[in-house]
Design a protein around this ligand. Structure first.
Ligand SMILES: Cc1ncc(COP(=O)(O)O)c(C=O)c1O
Length: 351
């Protein structure tokens, strides 16, 4: 079979998924409570499975509109935000167009662009992993599509709404602010969308909402552009299960907010603990994970030692992250084990 060279050259998107303590995919450590799951399953059971699901997801979009305080006509739902990233690239880019991303950044943007044989413009973050807005404005001025995650994965660093506004005024292409971790940062560029038809906000239910397994994401944009973007999506890609689960979970916003608050408090506790450890330098984060530099052991050595202890962290191939690991904030007791394990690995390696 003649698979395209651009696809053959990619590595498979493989992330280890089994471990007693799993802190490697920025998921919520809190599974929705059993009574909530029962309610979702009862709603699913009451529906006809032999029929296609709602194509425009009107009830779900209305609920998201209430939660976000954004018009429902300006909302596009998708099978995880990953599907919406693909939809955007397919809808907006043609052969010869360039997609801009930052490095280090979330890999799916360039992955999809590469599969579609588009050029990718990788713009480095500053040394301290903050966004270099002047450099982005200059380097991406003519690019068709610019993806910036704020907070950024894997660094946890953010753009302020003022920086987003400034960038949007400089770029000619469409600027997508990926707010996958919005609930942990509470900072959004959403209010700018009504002023620009070239600014879009991407969000997900995979992080604070605890629904990574069901696949649900959404996009906020000016109402006139959403029907056009919808045309580039596969019909019925969003199944009945995530639609119903999202709809019901949106009645329990308080549960989600409390879970996010716990995670933010734990993030600060883990950050302080990391700061006090010799040879460990954490980067301040607005998300539910922390990237940290390791000075004495290599990131690979530390990753392997944690793996032997049953704890999965994330390490990276990127040259800029050779000395870095990312830890997702887990439940308090998991974070405790993480800190104790790191302390004892460092002590043991110092002997
Ligand atoms: C910045 C960012 N955007 C999008 C996603 C993908 O989210 P989803 O599960 O909604 O596809 C992730 C997942 O890690 C992410 O870090």
């Amino acid at each position: 079979m003649s698979v395209k060279a651009s696809v053959r050259a990619l590595l498979e998107y493989n992330v280890p998924q089994e471990a007693p303590i799993k802190l490697n995919q920025n998921e919520s450590p809190f599974d929705p409570p059993a009574e909530l799951k029962a309610e979702i399953l009862a709603a699913l059971k009451a529906q006809a499975w032999n029929r296609y699901p709602s194509g425009d997801q009107e009830p779900l979009r209305r609920k998201i509109a209430e939660y976000t305080d954004f018009p429902s006509e300006g909302i596009l739902t998708g099978c995880g935000s990953n599907e919406l990233i693909q939809t955007l690239i397919q809808a907006l880019c043609a052969a010869g167009d360039r997609v801009a991303v930052v490095n280090p950044g979330f890999s799916v943007y360039s992955r999809v662009a590469t599969v579609l044989e588009l050029d990718v413009n990788e713009i480095p973050l500053k040394k301290d992993f903050s966004f270099d807005v002047n450099r982005i404005a200059a380097a991406a001025a003519d690019d068709k599509l610019v993806f910036l995650a704020s907070p950024n994965n894997p660094t946890g660093t953010s753009l302020s709404p003022a920086e987003v506004e400034w960038l949007a005024s400089r770029l000619k292409g469409t600027l997508v602010i990926d707010e996958a971790y919005y609930e942990f940062s509470q900072q959004s560029a959403q209010s700018l969308v009504s002023r620009s038809d070239r600014l879009l906000i991407l969000r997900t239910f995979s992080k604070a909402w605890g629904l990574a397994g069901l696949r649900l994401g959404y996009l906020l944009g000016r109402p006139e552009i959403i029907p056009e973007l919808r045309k580039a999506k596969l019909p019925f890609s969003l199944g009945l299960f995530p639609q119903l689960a999202g709809d019901i979970l949106l009645n329990k916003v308080q549960w989600v907010q409390e879970a996010a608050q716990t995670i933010v408090a734990e993030r600060e506790r883990v950050f302080q603990a990391l700061t006090s450890l010799p040879g460990i330098a954490p980067i301040p984060s607005d998300a539910n994970f922390i990237l940290f530099r390791t000075e004495n052991l290599t990131a690979q050595q530390l990753f392997q030692r944690f793996r032997e202890e049953g704890i999965l962290l994330r390490c990276f191939d990127s040259p800029r992250l050779v000395d870095c690991l990312r830890v997702t904030v887990g439940r308090p007791e998991e974070n405790e084990v993480f800190i104790k394990t790191l302390t004892s690995i460092l002590r043991e390696s110092g002997r």
